[in-house]
Design a protein around this ligand. Sequence first.
Ligand code: PEP
Ligand code: MN
Length: 476
Amino acid sequence: MATGTMWSPSSWTSKPAVQSVEYPDQKHLDSVLAKITTLPPLVTPAEIERLRYQLSAVQRNEAFLLHAGDCAESFDACTQENISAKIGLILSFSLILIWGARLPVVRIGRIAGQYAKPRSSQTEKIGDTQVLSFRGDNVNGLDPNDRTPDPERLLRAYFHSSATLNYVRGLLTSGFASLHHPRDWSLSHVRSRSLRRKYERITEGLADALDFSHTIGVDSGRESVPFERGGDRGVLGEVDFYTSHEGLMLGYEQAMTREFPLVGGDVDAAGPEKPKAGFYNSSAHFLWIGDRTRQLDGAHVEYFRGIRNPIGIKVGPSLGNEELVELLQTVNPGKEPGRITLITRYGASKIRDHLPGHIQAVRGSGHPVAWVCDPMHGNTLTSASGLKTRNFSTIISELTSCISVHSECHSRLGGVSLEFTGELNEEGFSVTECLGGSMELSEDQLELRYQSFCDPRLNFEQSLDLAFLISNYFKE
Ligand code: PEP
Ligand code: MN
């Protein structure tokens, strides 16, 4: 096992890397990675440490985590409209959660770098031809004639990430967050009258609370984050907002890994023998290891164990209890709070077989973790017309089982990890990728506005449905 051996940003190269990409020209790849190594960090150590601190609050049940965004971003979707729609939905969703759970919400977007995708097969059949699978915009093109991996795409990914992040920072420092008031939310999509009434009660309550705080002068244009440290300015503007992606392309992650002095309390806490510097992945605040790349002796786990960033680990049905504990021991031997978030994704019909054992094993090991439910990835199906989709009711089923199992096991759900989008088409209509929800989207409507080139996402209306349901759950 990796523990105990010397770590460096490149030590992963001596381990087997699943999902690795074969580039036709190694020299070209090396020169691109050398260039990326010289480019400035996208996020700072202080921001990363602040997120670690806030995730330790999630672990203590003092805050709730919302991790959400696209399955994969694309270079073409890096537009003003798309980015503001994504941030708008995350802000609206979190406002509903704060209202219901009466807890601060830590927001992490799958944004500004979520380009690479793991694939179950190296090749796929398109028409009559077998071509390399699409691996995400930072590797190859969706167009079947553009499937040869091109290193220049890694550089383009860096610049698209930086343009996205720059616009997000701009939005959040110029009052965008305060525009997301519940009276702007139309609930006309809700087909059932009783459900609409239920939602209206929440939005009316929220509007009242916001009016009241405005009247007594406590709204000051930004929300307070009671568990923060290091000043009261939010990360990326008036509210805290963090970025994340799956740490799949290890060459890129290594190029973005930089050594910085430890900041704030960690320097104070460090005794004479403790390190005063750490390696930060400066491409995102939070990175996660996918369900397909979490092998104990693999390259991904080796890379992840050495960085200071808080990390997520996707936990699916094939992970055994002991293996989970070994994994935690490898990536967080010091049992440091705030560092590990377990994102469970079993599938609605399997969660009861696996989650209780995982909870008990982790508790027995004494490892601090935040438990987050991803009700999306274990519940993907193919529609009769061949489209990859998910059913809103199955998503709700995994989420409600997850909440119940946690409470039966005297544990608590700390957050949700979702694939959703606020994106609208030119006529102002939402995407149609997942079935059901209060708009009762049917199979024959999927083709209307199916825009995802990867996994199906909940649209704006379906996402708010989910937010209202979670919010109601916490209130009741
Ligand atoms: C994802 O989050 O898009 C993903 C591929 O998840 P998983 O690794 O859990 O399948
Ligand atoms: Mn996905």
